[in-house]
Design a protein around this ligand. Structure first.
Ligand code: R5P
Length: 288
């Protein structure tokens, strides 16, 4: 039976397009918040016997959005839905993948247990660091990569002499892969994180960056410090132009304005913003 898309609150900007890619019907989940902060979810159409795929992006009020999908998932089961899946556009909590300080919760492990209610969970480019595969935490999880979506968009920019730059070792899965597909050069920097808002980046020479279009690609722009430090380092090589591309553009703390002074900033629309011009909805085609 065909899927039906349940558009959750964080995916209203894209849910309809995703349903189109699936060739599926969609309904928007009604979410009501009471004055005391409690949430009530409601399906406007019958879900009995259906194969549902919830689409949610966990930015902003993350905790509310988690409760929303969990309540909706249990509600769907209670109402007789046949199968329930989740497409997580901006996946939450992957960065808390270890107990950094004694007594801390390993948030992603807890989320792994909570999401067991779903028959399948798809994550668009989750931040995998110490965890190498989503299945280590989410038994029914699967990672979807945005590399093809990014490559198609970048190709349309018709850059003459691009060099792709990854600000840290984990970003090679985007910077390196896009470069390989396009047959271009890439370089991966060494990053040291000294705090939430303090990073150092280093480039081990050997690549000519002068007059090149430098395309920095990372999974997340959060406070923007990683990109800012990277831009400042690259500027010394007198490039023609710098692009900063993120899969997930959170752009916290006025970082979009700060970064835009030095580079053209782009992101996919897993999180909506005025620079989220790279449409991720095509990734739905990777879901069977
Ligand atoms: C972490 O390693 C991620 O890949 C990003 O580099 C990081 O989340 C960016 O954070 P910020 O924008 O705060 O430097």
């Amino acid at each position: 039976m065909a899927k039906e898309v349940i558009v959750c609150s964080g995916a209203k900007h894209i849910g309809k397009n995703i349903a189109k890619k699936f060739g599926a019907k969609f309904q928007i989940l009604t979410t009501k918040k009471f004055p005391d902060g409690e949430i009530c979810v409601k399906f406007e159409e019958d879900v009995r016997g259906k194969n549902l795929i919830f689409v949610q992006s966990f930015f902003g009020e993350i905790s509310d959005k988690i409760i929303e999908v969990l309540f909706a998932a249990y509600n769907a089961k209670d109402l007789g839905a046949k199968r329930i899946e989740l497409l997580s556009l901006y996946p939450p909590y992957f960065r808390q993948d270890k107990r950094f300080n004694s007594g801390e919760a390993i948030s992603i492990q807890i989320l792994g247990k909570l999401f067991e209610v779903f028959d399948k969970v798809y994550f668009v480019d989750p931040h995998l660091h110490r965890i190498k595969e989503v299945k280590e935490v989410f038994k029914k999880g699967e990672r979807l990569s945005s590399v093809n979506v990014l490559t198609n968009y970048i190709q349309k920019l018709k850059l003459k002499n691009p060099v792709f730059v990854g600000p840290d070792i984990e970003s090679d899965q985007w910077a390196q892969n896009v470069a390989i597909i396009l047959g271009k050069k890439h370089v991966i920097l060494r990053k040291k994180r000294l705090g939430d808002r303090k990073v150092q980046v280093k480039l081990d020479g050997g690549i000519d960056l002068k007059n090149k279009e430098l395309v920095i690609i990372d999974d997340i722009i959060s406070t923007g410090h990683t990109m800012l430090k990277t831009i400042k380092l690259l500027k010394k090589f007198k490039p023609k132009k710098i692009y900063c591309i993120a899969v997930h553009g959170l752009f916290l703390e006025n970082s979009l304005k700060k970064l835009s002074k030095y580079a053209e900033i782009l992101s996919t629309n897993t999180i909506p913003s005025k620079v989220s011009k790279i449409d991720i909805s095509g990734i739905a085609e990777e879901i069977k």
